[in-house]
Design a protein around this ligand. Structure first.
Ligand SMILES: NC(=O)c1ccc[n+]([C@@H]2O[C@H](COP(=O)([O-])OP(=O)(O)OC[C@H]3O[C@@H](n4cnc5c(N)ncnc54)[C@H](O)[C@@H]3O)[C@@H](O)[C@H]2O)c1
Ligand SMILES: CC(C)[C@H](C(=O)O)[C@@H](O)C(=O)O
Ligand SMILES: [Mg+2]
Length: 357
């Protein structure tokens, strides 16, 4: 199989972690006889530095016309002062929106080897952590009107949260379909005791749930969910929620699996051309030091093989290799368990490649 992968290394640790994911994809491609070609483009802070625009037109075109996109991370303090419409993060939002990537899947799964790295009580961890946050990605407060005005001698800022029924309906279907392939349970998370968007959210998801009588369905308020994720994460299978709640809950969920550096994500819309990225950011505090954990990005590559290219066996091979390297005790510096063998970002990538053989 020949596939053209658009690559955005981005900023901070982005180039370090994406380089490792490309090495692993090359290795799997060679093993199974596929040709993955990488088309590197600029987006984010590095694109601002190179040409003044966070998302040059040719970069967006490449995302739209390739077979899928692999992204590291964008942003960093260097660009905090740029115009809000040209911030590095706007590039990411622009790509998600232009590609119509409404369904963002963020699996929070604890590798059993990393039990001791979870900050949760061992008894809670022993019950297992394996759920997925299905985050709506191109609606809500991220994409409503934003404004800052000066009134009566002070500034006033507005961010509007908007959801239409069809936007909720399609992400709800993604959640129920996902649950059917897992343990058959959906928890819809909202703030229906306060927000109109959440009341509509709950009404629509409840309606869609009737089409899936085989899936257990319930709803939960977002503040309670934040607490339940640390109290007993084993109760969750699929969490479906709006854009900003999903952003926040997925960072929380990542940490209980040992490190934010472990968690991959897929973003898909109506076609197979999706975007794959770790859920973390550009980690400016450790950038350029070969310290970052590349596993979230490597596993994002595995998700790409599965969801965009239907290469299930090749995808599973990457997951197996990651698991074997963890079994052997290798850890990057972010994983805080005792007795691990500390390795750098590039050593972790090399170890995973050698495991693929
Ligand atoms: N998808 C993206 O491109 C994305 C996502 C989140 C944040 N950001 C941007 O990244 C910048 C930094 O944001 P932040 O500091 O709030 O969040 P962050 O996720 O970059 O970092 C938070 C903490 O986690 C650590 N960390 C993150 N990824 C790691 C990895 N792979 N290995 C080891 N440690 C890791 C960092 O060192 C830091 O201590 C901001 O500009 C933000 O807007 C981008
Ligand atoms: C950088 C930012 C725009 C982005 C988001 O909020 O979606 C990030 O936090 C993420 O989780 O992918
Ligand atoms: Mg985030």
């Amino acid at each position: 199989m020949k596939k053209n992968i658009t690559v955005i290394k981005g900023d901070g640790i982005g180039p370090e972690i994406v380089t490792e994911a490309m090495k692993v994809l090359d290795k799997v491609g060679a093993k199974y006889g596929h040709e993955f070609s990488f088309h590197e483009i600029l987006a984010g802070g590095c694109a601002i530095d190179a040409c003044g625009k966070c998302l040059p037109e040719q970069s967006l075109d490449a995302c739209l016309t390739g077979d899928s996109v692999l992204l590291g991370a964008v942003g960093g303090p260097k660009w905090d002062g740029v115009d809000k419409n040209n911030r590095p993060e706007r590039a990411l939002l622009g790509i998600r929106s232009a590609m119509g990537l409404y369904a963002n899947l963020r699996p929070a799964k604890l590798f059993s080897q990393l039990r001791a790295a979870s900050p949760l009580n061992p008894e809670i961890v022993a019950r297992g952590i394996d759920f997925v946050v299905v985050r709506e990605l191109i609606g809500g407060v991220y994409f409503g009107a934003h404004d800052t005005v000066e009134e009566n001698g002070e500034k006033r800022a507005t961010d509007i949260m908007v959801y239409s029924e069809h936007e909720i309906e399609r992400i709800a279907r993604t959640a129920f379909e996902t649950a059917r392939k897992r343990r058959g349970k959906v928890t819809s998370v909202d703030k229906a005791n306060v927000l109109d968007t959440s009341r509509l959210w709950r009404e629509v998801v409840t309606r869609v749930s009737r089409e899936y009588p085989d899936v257990a369905y319930s709803d939960m308020l977002v503040d309670n969910t934040a607490m339940q994720i640390v109290k007993d994460p084993s109760q969750f299978d699929v969490i479906v929620t709006e854009n900003m709640f999903g952003d926040i809950l997925s960072d929380e969920a990542s940490m209980i699996t040992g490190s934010i550096g472990m968690i991959p994500s897929s973003s898909l819309g109506e076609t197979k051309n999706g975007m794959y990225e770790p859920i973390h950011g550009s980690a400016p505090d450790i950038a350029g030091q070969n310290l970052a954990n590349p596993i979230g990005t490597i596993l994002s590559g595995a998700m790409m093989l599965k969801y965009s290219f239907d290469l299930d066996e090749e995808s599973a091979e990457i997951e197996r290799a990651v698991s074997a390297v963890l079994d052997a005790g290798y850890r990057t510096a972010d994983i805080m368990d005792e007795g691990g063998r500390r390795v750098s970002c590039s050593e972790m990538g090399d170890l995973i490649c050698s495991e693929i053989g």
